[in-house]
Design a protein around this ligand. Structure first.
Ligand code: FES
Ligand code: FES
Length: 175
């Protein structure tokens, strides 16, 4: 199987890797970069557990090849916390009890972050539409919606650092 060189900025760190054409982005993140916060729930584009931001937009990383991220920026749940401080969405999920088993949570939070970065004051309907690609088998969604409303209020009230980091030249070579 031929290998392809890819340069991807992940959570602000540039990586250059040789990958097989068939390698999915989620496997690149989990197996090559060891960023296992991005979960795999179905592998068939249904559950949204694998949601990451690609150039700031939520995508299902089981549905993209790693080579499609070449030259682009990826944000994962590991990149939300900054300098030891949880992101407002992470804090709100904790405070509003928006998770039970937690399997859907990284993907759910990445969809929420993308929503709040483009719409600081979403309605409940807009929140439900934004997370409609993320399935949760545990919570019933009520506290997830509350958490996103809570995070929106916090982000409006405080200075907020975007999770999305633009692509850069690779400074670090990964395996
Ligand atoms: S693992 Fe990607 S949508 Fe389920
Ligand atoms: S908290 Fe268990 S799937 Fe959502």
């Amino acid at each position: 199987m031929s290998k392809h060189s890819v340069s991807v900025t992940v959570n602000g760190t540039a990586h250059r890797s040789e990958v097989e054409a068939r390698l999915l982005l989620v496997h690149y993140l989990r197996d090559e970069l060891r960023l296992t916060g991005t979960h795999i729930g179905c592998d068939t584009t249904h559950c949204g557990a694998c949601t990451v931001l690609l150039d700031g937009k939520p995508v299902k990383s089981c549905t993209l090849f790693a080579v499609q991220a070449d030259g682009r920026s990826v944000s994962t749940v590991e990149g939300l916390e900054l300098g030891g401080e949880l992101h407002a969405v992470q804090k709100a999920f904790k405070e509003e009890h928006a998770l039970q088993c937690g399997f859907c949570t990284p993907g759910m939070m990445m969809s929420a972050v993308a929503l709040l970065e483009r719409n600081p004051s979403p309605s409940e309907l807009e929140i439900r539409q934004a997370i409609s690609g993320n399935l949760c088998r545990c919570t019933g969604y009520v506290n997830i919606v509350k958490a996103i409303q809570h995070a929106a209020a916090d982000m409006r009230a405080t200075r907020h650092t975007p999770a999305y980091v633009p692509a850069q030249e690779p400074a670090q070579v990964s395996r």
